[in-house]
Each structure stands twice: as C-alpha cells, then as structure tokens.
Write a protein that binds this ligand. Structure first.
Ligand code: FAD
Ligand code: SF4
Length: 496
C-alpha cells in the first residue's frame, strides 16, 4: 500500500529522459537510469485503495485497462517503498516472465486505471516495475532456474516473440523438453526486430534469451517452419506444437504510384535499422539520411519510424494520421478506469520537436497519390484533409474537405498503417481453422482444430501488446501442460 498519506504528499516523478538532441546522435535507450530513492518515493504514493483497478486487465471500450498479467502492483509498490527489493522481485516474477521488457515499453494500461489517477497523476508503476527487475539483474539475484525433473514430453514452439518465449519459459519450468523454432537470425520476435534499440536495448533481449537457453530451452534459429521443416515432421516429432508466429502481414496502401521506389513497409525499415546496428549491414535505399521522410500511419509503429529516421539524419520527418488530434484531457465516454485516449508527446515526437521545432504529426490527412521524380522514384505525396463525423447509426465516417489538397516532398515513405494478421501459408499447411484472418483457438483453451496444436499471441489475437503476448504465452502453457499430463500446476489468470 505504500505510505498511508503518500499520495497526498508526494508528486508523480518519472524516469528522466536523456536530452532529445543528444540522444538522437546514438541508438542507446532514451531513458536515463533512475535512483532507488525516487522509486521508493513513487512506491509510497500507492494508496491502499482496497480494490486495485491497476491490475484488472480487461478490455473496456476497445482498449486494455489495467494490467493483463495481473501484476501484484500494490504489493510490490509497498515492498519497494519499504526498501525490500528482493521481496518485490519475487512478487513481480510470480506473474511476469519478462518485466525488463514491459517495464521499458509497455504502454502501461495499469496507470490509466490507477485509483490515484482519478484525481492526480498515477503512481509511476511502469518505472517501478523496471527498477525492480533491473536491480534484480544488477545484484545477481536473477539466476538460471534449471528444472529439477523432466517429463520426457516434447513441445515445439514456432516463433520466439514474447508469446513464444513466455510459453517456452513456463513449459520448461514444468519439466518439458522445449524447442523454439525461429526463422530470423536472432530470437525475440518484435522485441528484437521491430521495437527499436532506443526503446528496448537488444542486449536486454539477448540477456533473457541466454538465460532461457541456460535453463534448458533449445532455440533453432534461421529455421522457417513450412520451409526448412514441415508441419507433419513437427507433429511427428513432438507431443504438442504451439503456433506463436505473430501477425506481421503488413496492411498496404493501394493508391496511384504505390510501385515507385522509396516506399517501404515499417517492419522492413525498422528491421534493417536494427540489423545495421547489430551487424553493420547497410542499405542506402532504406536509409533516411538527407531525405524528406513521411511516415503514413499515426500509431506507435509510425512513431518508432520517426525516431529511427531522426537518428539516421533525415532532412525532415512528418507523420500522417487519418484521425484528428486527441483531446488534452479525458472526454465523456472515456472515463477512468478506461485507458485514457488523450494527447501525449511520446519519445519520438519530443525528439522531432527539438530537432525541427514541431513534432511532425499531421492530423486528419489522407494520402491520395504518390508523385514520381520521372525516374520511378517517389518524390512527393499528394494529400487531402479529412473531416471525421458520425453517421445516423453513430458510426464514424470520414469525408474529404474540399480545397484542402497539399503536396509534400518525400524521397522516403514508410507505410505504418497496421497489420492484416498472421501470414497464411503456414497456417494452411497446418490445416488450422481461421477466424477473421487470425488463428481460431478460443481464449482460455488455445487449442486449434488440429489435435495437439495450440496457438497464442498476436497470431491468435491480432496485433496487440507485449503484455498480452506474455499473458497468452503463460495461459497456453497452462493448457498444454494439462493436455500433456492430464493435470497442471502452472498458473492461470484467465483474463478476458
Ligand atoms: C514496430 C512495432 C513496435 C511495437 N512496440 C510495442 C511497444 O512499445 N509496446 C508493446 O507492448 N507492444 C509493441 N508492439 C506490439 C508487440 O511487439 C507485439 O504485440 C508482440 O511482439 C507480439 O508477440 P508474439 O510473440 O505474438 O509475436 P512476434 O513478436 O511477432 O513474434 C513472432 C515470431 O514468429 C516468427 N515466425 C513467424 N513465422 C515463422 C515460421 N514459419 N517459422 C519460424 N518462425 C516464424 C517471426 O519471425 C517472429 O520472430 C510493437 C509492434 C511493432 C510492429
Ligand atoms: S506489464 Fe504493463 S500493465 Fe502490467 S504493471 Fe507493467 S507496465 Fe503496467
């Protein structure tokens, strides 16, 4: 509960960020380390609210509210306040396999539903989470946990993103022989190739992979299931298979000029940037240096592209959103404890603002066509402004605003308008049923129509969050253990 009167006496403080102009000169994490004192003060703000909404983990009005893995937030807040860091770590690890990831990049739906946030800024839960796990690693408290007994059951997991890793961790701890198949050259899924290094250092990801390996999990990298090994071979070799292949099929934008050079998907762009950082591979066509860059898509993936372009030395960066700017405060219909749909200046936009004097976001913009330089390379974008209203049924409709046409110079365009779902060929090869492009495997059971084949994470749920991937990885492990052994002691929380 923290200090009884802490929430009345202490203001919210968050991790200090490195200076935006300095940090865009490198690829290191943008947040600076924070002190134990500061975190203890923040822990003191947890108010013993009796019904802690911070860990409800529910969908309210289409967005997640509260922590989906039901982290025992008030308990570890109190333990941090008391300086009992090792105890706090034990509590944290009960529900979260990878707090070093969520403590860095989770959008923290817990904070939106923190009871303090009804009247004051929320407890800095995410920073506290990170402080606990970072201290755990720094102090050497995190040690490989080698399972004492083995069951002789074999499980194959396809995909090494947070869902696959969480499932692997749980099932390995239950004594099963776990092999993770990954087509990339490094494990981690979007944690490794997708989320940029300045948000989540790749050494932090690799540290966890190394630990899981030490604990007995086998990683087969550069191995694409469906190409290097068939689904039938897997089914014959393993007692169970879990599909954690993500939902990385990009949504395209089909407008005149789409075929011109210089127009790329966000994932290709971000992956290339991380590969260059890790391996030194260069690719001029995917480099923003000296270019006018336009990112189409107003979401977080787009923001990561903005931050990447800034570090590559872009001449200008704009990010187009079809939606209007969010309000500065919660509006009617978006009340606590729902996730606050309010304007915020994320790390990338702070950096753009410092560099160019404005954050680069352009609202209510629809791209109508790409314009060429006459040699098949993109040179500019033709756009129009959109008005957003509701129709008679209350549904949102967008209408072009006459006379709002504009032309924007751009030699590099990044498409970041979301993902259609998982790639289908592998799913067809397994013969699993689909539900609106996603794998049909009901939440809470996670089994597909194919005997012994389960699914979890974005491949089942659609593009979501790391914390949901961890939730699904843990839950599918519970179900697979039950399937293999007829009983299970692996935990379940069964969020909805
Ligand atoms: C650019 C970007 C930034 C994001 N930032 C955040 C963030 O800041 N915070 C947050 O909470 N969420 C973020 N997300 C969302 C989050 O990363 C995903 O929801 C999460 O990674 C999903 O985990 P997953 O394990 O289901 O799938 P993924 O992480 O997508 O992993 C799937 C893995 O399966 C592998 N695979 C696919 N097919 C095969 C095959 N046939 N054989 C072998 N391997 C295969 C892929 O190579 C991949 O490694 C972001 C997403 C993107 C795209
Ligand atoms: S995992 Fe995310 S939602 Fe849960 S406590 Fe951490 S920051 Fe909050």
């Amino acid at each position: 509960m923290g200090k009884t009167t802490g929430f009345m006496e202490i203001n919210r403080e968050q991790a200090i960020e490195r200076d935006p102009i300095e940090r865009i000169k490198d690829w290191k994490e943008y947040s600076a380390p924070f002190s134990d004192d500061m975190m203890q003060r923040q822990g003191a703000r947890c108010m013993d609210c009796a019904t802690p909404f911070c860990h409800i983990g529910m969908e309210i009005d289409g967005a997640t509210s509260g922590c989906p893995i039901h982290n025992l937030i008030p308990e570890w807040n109190d333990l941090v306040y008391q300086g009992k860091w090792q105890e706090a770590l034990k509590r944290l690890m009960k529900t979260n396999n990878f707090p070093e990831f969520t403590g860095r990049v989770c959008p923290a739906p817990c904070e939106g539903s923190c009871t303090v946030a009804i009247s004051d800024p929320a407890v800095a839960i995410k920073n506290i989470e990170r402080a606990i796990i970072d201290k755990g690693f720094a102090m050497g408290w995190i040690k490989p946990r080698i399972p004492k007994a083995r069951t002789e059951k074999k499980v194959a997991i396809i995909g090494s993103g947070p869902a696959g890793l969480a499932a692997a961790d749980q099932l390995n701890q239950a004594g099963h022989d776990v092999t993770v198949y990954e087509r990339s050259d490094r494990a981690g899924g979007l944690l490794m190739y997708g989320i940029p290094n300045m948000k989540l250092d790749k050494e932090v990801v690799q540290r966890r992979i190394n630990l899981l390996e030490e604990e007995g999990i086998k990683f087969l990298l550069n191995t694409e299931v469906g190409k290097d090994i068939s689904p039938d071979q897997l089914k014959a070799q393993y007692d169970s298979v879990i599909l954690c292949t993500g939902a990385q099929k990009p949504r395209n934008i089909m407008i005149p000029g789409r075929e011109y050079q210089g127009i790329h998907y966000a994932m290709d762009y971000l992956t290339q940037a991380t590969k260059k950082l890790l391996d030194g591979q260069d690719n001029d066509t995917l480099n923003a240096k000296g270019k006018d860059v336009i990112v189409i898509g107003g979401g977080d993936t787009g923001a990561d592209c903005v931050a990447t372009a800034l570090r590559q030395g872009a001449k200008s960066v704009n990010q187009f959103s079809i939606n209007p700017q969010l309000p500065l405060k919660r509006v009617e219909g978006n009340q606590w404890p729902a996730y606050p749909r309010v304007f915020s200046l994320e790390y990338a936009h702070k950096e753009a603002k410092e560099q160019f004097g404005k954050d680069g976001r352009q609202y209510s913009v629809q791209t109508k066509a790409f314009i060429t330089d006459g040699r098949d390379a993109v040179q500019a974008l033709f756009t129009v402004k959109m008005g957003k209203t509701r129709d008679q049924n209350g549904m949102f409709v967008y209408e072009e605003i006459p006379g709002s046409e504009e032309v924007w110079p751009a030699q590099l365009v990044i498409i970041a308008i979301g993902f259609e779902g998982p790639e289908q060929p592998l799913l067809n090869a397994f013969g699993v049923n689909l539900d609106q492009n996603k794998i049909d495997a009901p939440y809470g059971q996670f089994n597909t129509n194919v005997e012994g084949v389960f699914a979890a994470g974005d491949a089942r749920r659609g593009q979501s969050l790391i914390v949901w991937a961890i939730n699904e990885g843990r839950e599918v492990a519970h179900c697979v253990d039950q399937y293999l052994m007829g009983k299970t002691t692996l935990p379940t929380v069964r969020a909805v």
